[in-house]
Each structure stands twice: as structure tokens, then as C-alpha cells.
Design a protein around this ligand. Structure first.
Ligand code: SAM
Length: 447
């Protein structure tokens, strides 16, 4: 290896540890050009697979596997690549070889389960084809007996473990979790299921499924209007999304999987016009003309942006019944990437980049007194501390769940005594807990 590719390999390992696949791919390209069979090919295959390009991953992992046929990880990755390419027999053969090579390895049995789920999807293929071909016409004419039969068959299928990522498993999940068949057919939309899985809009509703399945949900600060189908896939009966920044006639939205802006191919207004279970409003929760109550109110990465946090939380009680669950995911300002700016992970850190210099390794905290009033951090982030958030919430709600989600190990490793001292020079009472917790998943009920 040359000095350049050796450096790239080290940086790529850090990117892989941080699951920053785009960066890993960029760093590994010259490594693989130099040695097409080596560990770089294995890592690049993984990155391509994670980025949704299993066809490109296939020859890379095959080259590495030919070089190291007894490498369990290579067999597992080859199985995953075959699985993603719908080559189920090949995937099963690789997973079984991995299991023979190392009967204690945890990955092969999990993979065999996923392959079984993919076989179930293959069996459901003809039903998926019928719903995907007929559902739009059926909105006006009503379902044909063939469509009803296909939807019934999908309702009986168990969704596989990848229903947040795979549109076919997501369709099965949609019908399986739906409150009833007529509703399911009237609100199904193949394009939106595809968008929801590709843009990563299903993971959050799945994570809080126990609070949203079968429920009426209000999504406060819903963003660009693309999250609704993700909730319906998790079984939400009716979804209302509101956000003052939502542009009802724009199809631009954030692809969370790629962390990029992209075209959804449909606007919020078109989504809401087509599907009765989804309503979208360019509005804020303080808007007094909005006066319904909901089973569940969800706020995903919103509480850290609310400049009038207390006013908004208090205002939510107006939209609650006594048993309403208010479910929030709060991204903590005081963690490594709490500034919401690049770099998002240590693997992306470029210490020569002046924008990174301003915020990296908790500098966004001790630099606070010097930030201009119009800086993003000052105008868009309320910088609420965790105990303050708890306290404000408890003025109006009983907190029934408060899970603190730690930051990644790569991030925690950077919290040295020197960093602690530096930050405490400016915020003397800041605790290690506050600097380490990445997010809070909270659930609250009105008092
Ligand atoms: C970081 S975004 C999160 C969007 C979406 N929930 C997601 O996870 O992709 C925060 C959103 O909160 C919205 N927001 C801010 N204040 C609000 C308010 N008072 N009522 C409703 N939404 C609000 C902003 O417009 C912004 O779109």
C-alpha cells in the first residue's frame, strides 16, 4: 500500500465504524483500484450494500471471498448481497457455509431468518403485483374481487424484519398492520411506500409503533409532509402532520438515509388530496383554529428547535385527551453533534475546515458566548438542557417514559478530561451525562 492509500484505509475504517457509508465509499475507491481483492474490496462492498447498490457490491465481495474463502464475514456479506439482489438460494448457501465455518457466529442464523422472510415475500409477489397495479383505479371504482383477495392475502402475511427498508416488506407490513381492509385499500399508495422506505421515513414510526398502531396521530413539526405513509405502514389509523415550514406545493424533501435533499415525486397537497387517512397543514401547533384531540402526539427532533418550548408544550395539552400519549424524540444540544451542523460524526471531521473548527469536540458549547445573534445555533436551536426539558414537560404532563440514548462510542472516546475542563470553563455545572446523551425518547401524558 502507498502512504496515500494507507491513510485512506485508516480514514475509511473510521467512516465504517460511524456508518458513514458515503464517505467510506469515497475513501475506499483508490484503495480498491490499487488492490481489487483486498480488505478494501470487502469494506467497499459493505458500503455499496448499505447505500442500496447490491449489484455493485456483488463483484467486490466475490473478489474478496475468492481470496479468503474461509472468512466468515465475507460469507455473511456475500449472503447479504445475494439477499439484496433477490438471489435467495445463493444467499442461503453462503449463510449456511458461514454457519458451518463458525457455529457460534450470531449473524448467520439472523440472516437465515431474513432469507426465510424474503421467501415469504417471493410467495406474496403475485398479490403485491395485483395491489400495485390496481389500487389507484380502485380509489374511484372500488376494489375488484381479485384486488380484495390479494389485499386479504397480504394482511395474513407476517412482515419480514426489513419493513423499514424494503418496499415489498413495507407493503406487507402496511396491509398486516392496517385497521381494516377497506381502509387499507383506500389509503394505499405504492409510490409513497417506495419513498418512505428509500427516504427512511418508516424507522421512527416503527420505533414507536406501540404508541401509534391503530391510533389517530398528530405529528407536530412533521417537516416536508413525507412522513405520513411511514406511520400508516406502522398501522396508524389517521395521521395529521403540521409544520409552519411545510410547502404544500413543493415535492422537495429530505432523504434521511442519504442525508440529502431530493424530489419525492409528489407534493404534500397531492398526498393529502389522494389519501383520506393523511391530512397535512402548513401550520404550527399554537394555531388556535386547530382544535381536535388525538390518541397520540408525536414530535421527532422538534423539541430542540422550539424557541417557545414551554408555550408549545402547554399548547399541546389543548390537543390531548386524558390518555393521549405525547411521544417525543429530542436531539440533545450538548452532545458531540448537538449543533446540527457538519461534522455529524467523528469520521466526517476535517480539522482544517473552518466550519468544523467552530463546533467540533463540543466547541459549539464553549464558543456560545462568541456566536453572532444570527448564527444557526442561536436562531434555530433552543439549547435546552436535559433536566430543564424534563422540568418544563412535568409542569403540564406526567412523564411515563424517559430513555436516554447514548452517543456512539467513537464520539464518547473524544470526551477527554481536557475537553471537559474546556467546556466547564464556560458552563461550570455541565455534567458528563449531558455531554454524552445523544437523544431522549420520552413519553408523557397530560396531568
Ligand atoms: C428538525 S425539523 C424535524 C422535522 C421532522 N419531524 C423530521 O424528523 O424530519 C423541526 C421542525 O419543527 C418545525 N417547527 C418549529 N416550530 C414549530 C411549531 N411551533 N409547531 C410545529 N412545528 C414547528 C420546523 O418548521 C421544522 O420543520
Amino acid at each position: 500500500m502507498t502512504e496515500v492509500t494507507e491513510g485512506a484505509m485508516e480514514a475509511a475504517k473510521a467512516a465504517v465504524a460511524e456508518k458513514d457509508w458515503t464517505d467510506a465509499r469515497r475513501l475506499l475507491a483508490p484503495v480498491v483500484a490499487e488492490n481489487p481483492n483486498g480488505v478494501g474490496a470487502f469494506m467497499l462492498a459493505r458500503a455499496e450494500l448499505e447505500l442500496g447498490r447490491p449489484d455493485i457490491a456483488a463483484p467486490l465481495v466475490a473478489a474478496f471471498r475468492a481470496w479468503r474463502p474461509r472468512h466468515v464475514g465475507a460469507r455473511v456479506l456475500a449472503a447479504r448481497v445475494h439477499l439484496a439482489n433477490d438471489q435467495l438460494d445463493e444467499a442461503e448457501a453462503e449463510a449456511r457455509t458461514a454457519l458451518e465455518l463458525d457455529p457460534e457466529a450470531p449473524a448467520p442464523p439472523r440472516l437465515l431468518d431474513r432469507i426465510a422472510a424474503a421467501r415469504a415475500v417471493a410467495d406474496a409477489e403475485r398479490h403485491l403485483a395485483v395491489v400495485n397495479e390496481q389500487h389507484v383505479a380502485a380509489r374511484a371504482t372500488g376494489p375488484t374481487p381479485e384486488l380484495l383477495e390479494a389485499a386479504r392475502a397480504l394482511q395474513r402475511c407476517e412482515p419480514g424484519p426489513d419493513w423499514t427498508k424494503d418496499p415489498r416488506q413495507a407493503t406487507i407490513a402496511y396491509f398486516h398492520h392496517a385497521p381494516d381492509l377497506e381502509w387499507a385499500l383506500r389509503n394505499y399508495d405504492a409510490h409513497l411506500v417506495d419513498i418512505s422506505t428509500r427516504f427512511d421515513y418508516v424507522a421512527w414510526p416503527k420505533r414507536i409503533q406501540q404508541y401509534v398502531r391503530g391510533k389517530s396521530v398528530l405529528d407536530v413539526g412533521c417537516g416536508f409532509g413525507g412522513f405520513g405513509m411511514g406511520f400508516l405502514i406502522a398501522g396508524t389509523r389517521s395521521y395529521a402532520g403540521l409544520d409552519p415550514a411545510m410547502e404544500l406545493d413543493s415535492s422537495r424533501a429530505k432523504n434521511k438515509r442519504l442525508r440529502k435533499w431530493a424530489d419525492m415525486g409528489v407534493t404534500p397537497r397531492q398526498i393529502a388530496d389522494a389519501l383520506p387517512a393523511i391530512r397535512l397543514f402548513q401550520s404550527s401547533s399554537e394555531d388556535k383554529s386547530f382544535d381536535e384531540t388525538f390518541d397520540t402526539i408525536a414530535l421527532h427532533n422538534v423539541t430542540e428547535h422550539l424557541m417557545q418550548l414551554e408555550e408549545v408544550l402547554h399548547g399541546l395539552t389543548r390537543l390531548c385527551r386524558p390518555d393521549t400519549d405525547v411521544v417525543f424524540h429530542h436531539h440533545n444540544y450538548y452532545c458531540w453533534n448537538g449543533h446540527h451542523l457538519p461534522p455529524n460524526q467523528p469520521a466526517q471531521l476535517d480539522v482544517d475546515n473552518p466550519r468544523h473548527q467552530a463546533v467540533y469536540d463540543w466547541r459549539h458549547i464553549d464558543a456560545l458566548p462568541h456566536l453572532p445573534e444570527d448564527h444557526y445555533v442561536m436562531t434555530n436551536l433552543n439549547r435546552v438542557r436535559l433536566d430543564e426539558l424534563k422540568e418544563v414537560t412535568e409542569r403540564y404532563f406526567d412523564i411515563v417514559r424517559w430513555d436516554e440514548v447514548p452517543s456512539s462510542q467513537a464520539t464518547l472516546d473524544r470526551l477527554t478530561p481536557h475537553v471537559l475542563d474546556r467546556v466547564r470553563d464556560v458552563v461550570p455545572d455541565i455534567t458528563e451525562r449531558e455531554l454524552s446523551v445523544n437523544a431522549v425518547l420520552g413519553v408523557a401524558r397530560p396531568r
